[in-house]
Ligand binder design. Sequence first.
Ligand code: PEP
Ligand code: MG
Length: 753
Amino acid sequence: MDGHVTGPRVLLKHLRDAMAEPLGPQERLNRIVQQIAVAMTAQVCSVYVLRDDDVLELFATFGLNPTAVHMSQLKVGRGLVGTIAAMRRPLNLPDAQQHPAFAYLPETGEEIYKSFLGVPMTRAGRSLGVLVVQTRESRRFGTEEVEALETAAMVLSDLVATGELKGLSQQGTDLVQTRPIMLNGLRLSPGIGIGRVVLHEPRVVVENLIAEDSDTELQRLAVAIRKMRRSVDAMLENRDMGGEGDHVDVLESYRMFAHDRGWVKRIEAAIAQGLTAEAATQKVSQDNRRRLVRSGDSYLRERLTDFDDLTRRLMKELMGEAQPSLDEEGDFIVVARDMGAAELLDYSRPGLRGVVLEEATATSHVAIVARALGLAVVGKVEGAVARCEMGNTIIADGDSGCVHIRPPDELLSSYDERIALREQRQARYIAARHEPSVTRDGTPIELLVNAGLAMDLPQIEATGAAGVGLFRTELQFMVSSSMPRVDAQAKFYRSILDAANGKPVTFRTLDIGGDKLLPYLRMSKEDNPALGWRAIRLAIDRPGLIRVQLRALLKAAAGEVLRVKLPMITDVSEVAQVRTLLNREIEARRKLGHDMPSTVHLGAMIEVPSLLWQLDELMQSVDFASVGSNDLFQFMAASDRTNSYLANRFNPLSRPFMRALREIARAADRNQTHLQICGEMAGEPIAAMALMGIGYRAVSMSPVAIGPVKEMVRMVDLSDLSQTVNRLVDEKGAAQTLTEALTDYADQHGVPI
Ligand code: PEP
Ligand code: MG
């Protein structure tokens, strides 16, 4: 029966004309339904748009009673149209009235039509409406016709999503995807960012949906496919493809998909229908997704992520040139399902104001880097990607952990006031940056910053911090395209010391593995990477890497104090092993007559709980110790720091964890070993206050936290605080959580937290 259609190509051409004409939104919609009906030799074509209240409203029709437009309504899940919206699948029926879900709407006059084809209008997997054609005669529509209608539905989805149809509903209700919406998430980095949405994974927009010329599109596709395959091959070659096992199969199947002719053929066929290369790629990806989800084959279903990833890569190649230039267009917020720290750095430019993520937690590395960049970040925002359109206005409120998409003007102005207040507060912190960080009863508390990139260093001066308590050297490795050599490393570390201008900097040796991977370093896939072959374990087993790093650090710090600490120490003997390596490097340098650092301090990170039972030995074998509360807590609480489902469940500011931290502080005291703490909790004023109470005198945090923490320090009476905190930490079966009790204490004593 495919002969009924005058061809999807013709239909798309007409649609393009209808889109280009200077028509009002209702007229444009009327024209579109008329053209679809004619092209498909159907007597009826209607479009139903999903409203905010879960009702599908008839927005335009050709063939049904025109007075029903904006009057006829169906709840999602009701009738054929409601079923299509709920299931997000087409219904192709030779006799609609025989279907059990059929609901008769007398005002439309549709009783005389027999066959019915309805397809969902979707956007990022969400329903936006339904497009329907009907004929008097009873027939089943052919595959090509279904595809043509699906393509037309893509065009209409875009009209809805871009807000063109806003205000047409006579019921005064907003449409899905154009209304203001607020979503809640986690506060991952403080601040308020306002700007337009930049989706990390690009989506096709109406301007590049329908092709001018199919041959050009086929050529663009061929070029993009070639580039995409090359990048996939290069990526796979960098991995450990040797050996056997599941990971090899998975990687090979990935390569197989990338080179799959069938996939390319389907995209080419969609281009032949009149779509652009990117629209065709998107359409085939939607079709694939539907087929794979429905197929009973679990292996294929698991491969869906590979397909999605390949589609994204291809799309990026195709849209590279069409992406809005981020440099020119003012403030923007990146919205993503998840992203790596290095990917975020790719966006780093003056207009970047914030990040909204569906996944990620406060201690995941993307959040840590975002904080270093001073961005407002909200994480665990479910459904953010699907609800945003490129260019929408968005507020990322990292102070209260919420996101406003398409905010109304009144909300924007109230945010302007909040931003002004925030700036006043910032001005107060800046004014106080030279004030000493000393408690009311005279105890100095050393406030240090965590850093990892050269651009972090001006923050020492800007915040008045005492130095860098944690320099994460792996970040520089993560943003390089190849392994930095000894001279390049030495130059970089020297520039950091110069920028610190005499203030101490503690470098941490490479902490890679876990969620921090280097693109150029072959690593096998591990089942539990956080518990795997990472950090100091890798350094000890493959000493080449750490030897080069130690050599570079010794060179960089010639003539001054070098402070180095080791990540993920599990057993004290590991410190001795690295000290041997370090001494060898020192000896080699001395023999060559090179300048040496005046002193070298070697420290250990306390991040693995097994160290809690070796504290005295540890304190005696190091020059200083540093608690990495992010990892120590994840291992003690058996809760993955990157798992957003656990983010609200466990709290480092809890009695058992504070008791463990207190044991560490006591051991440091006993052995007169310098101690600091550098996990994210140290940057929360309330947690920093508790840490001071149990004996910590040096805390390292992201630069934005220095101002608020110093304000807290200067208001605290440490001897009173210590008594209270120790009593609270010892309490058994307490009615209040530690956080509640400490909040009360701060309120009663006028301590800002
Ligand atoms: C930590 O684990 O607390 C820490 C500071 O190290 P990272 O966050 O880099 O793992
Ligand atoms: Mg750590």
